[in-house]
Design a protein around this ligand. Structure first.
Ligand code: HEM
Ligand code: HEM
Length: 199
């Protein structure tokens, strides 16, 4: 199914989720390697690729949020306790914020340094701010701090997805994967019908 339903993510949401995951993996590697290189052609080429992929992630994040807004959102698993529900919502919101904040701080950083940003040499993007050494230094720190925050939140997010799949044995992960969600305990099950033992 192309569109989301209240029970599972549709094909487009799944595609966007996993495409962004793959691009973030490439992106973090290019950023870390690029930042560590001495100033020269190799560093500039590495960072040019990093910037183009970052802009791609920004565009995909916009499409993803628009698509989310136009579609139903699958219910959170009914077995979640109140604080787990809050934590899941907070984690998802934080991931969305970072999908925007990282590219934008990177773009501002490049503009403040006086390096124009292009998308794979095909599209020249406008400078977001004028040249400023102080802003450049602030953005470089912010960008690196946001990248660490993304790493921490993704680790939490992945741990939660794996817990749902292997410990709680519900459909949370399956409904973000192609194919049918077929576990005995659906992810959107209501608390009253939960088979989870009370602690
Ligand atoms: C989701 C998107 C992005 C992620 C996850 C990301 C991640 C990173 C990481 C991990 C670093 C290394 C930080 C360090 O160790 O100092 C980095 C550096 C950098 N990023 Fe990004 N980035 C993203 C988007 C962008 C965009 C869109 C641009 C520019 C248009 C950009 C420009 C840069 C630059 C210029 C550096 C090198 C900073 C330096 O010279 O130390 N980034 N990024
Ligand atoms: C860079 C890495 C990742 C990012 C940025 C990311 C981002 C997100 C976001 C923003 C959502 C919320 C979707 C929404 O409510 O619209 C989501 C959902 C989800 N993610 Fe990720 N994700 C990442 C990696 C992973 C990985 C590695 C896994 C699996 C091990 C995973 C499994 C899931 C699942 C199962 C959902 C659906 C949760 C639900 O239905 O309540 N994600 N992801």
């Amino acid at each position: 199914m192309f569109r989301n339903t209240r029970a599972r993510w549709g094909a487009l949401s799944q595609l966007l989720h996993w495409l962004i995951v793959a691009l973030i993996a490439v992106q973090a590697s290019l950023g870390l390697i690029g930042a560590g290189l001495p100033l020269g052609m190799e560093k500039l080429a590495m960072l040019a690729r990093h910037k183009s992929i970052g802009i791609t992630i920004l565009a995909l994040a916009v499409i993803r949020l628009l698509w989310r807004w136009l579609n139903p959102t699958p219910d959170l698993p009914g077995t979640l306790r109140g604080y787990e529900r809050l934590l899941a919502r907070f984690t998802h919101a934080a991931l969305y914020v970072l999908l925007f904040a990282l590219p934008l701080t990177g773009w501002i950083m490049s503009s403040a340094r006086g390096f124009p940003v292009s998308w794979f040499d095909v599209l020249q993007l406008p400078d977001l701010v004028s040249k400023s050494g102080a802003l450049y230094r602030a953005m470089i720190e912010t960008h690196a701090a946001l990248a660490i925050a993304l790493g921490v939140i993704v680790a939490l997010h992945v741990a939660a997805a794996l817990k749902h799949h292997f410990v709680l044995k519900d459909d949370t992960l399956r409904r973000m994967l192609p194919g049918r969600a077929s576990r005995a305990r659906p992810a959107g099950q209501t608390p009253g019908t939960s088979t989870r033992k009370p602690c």
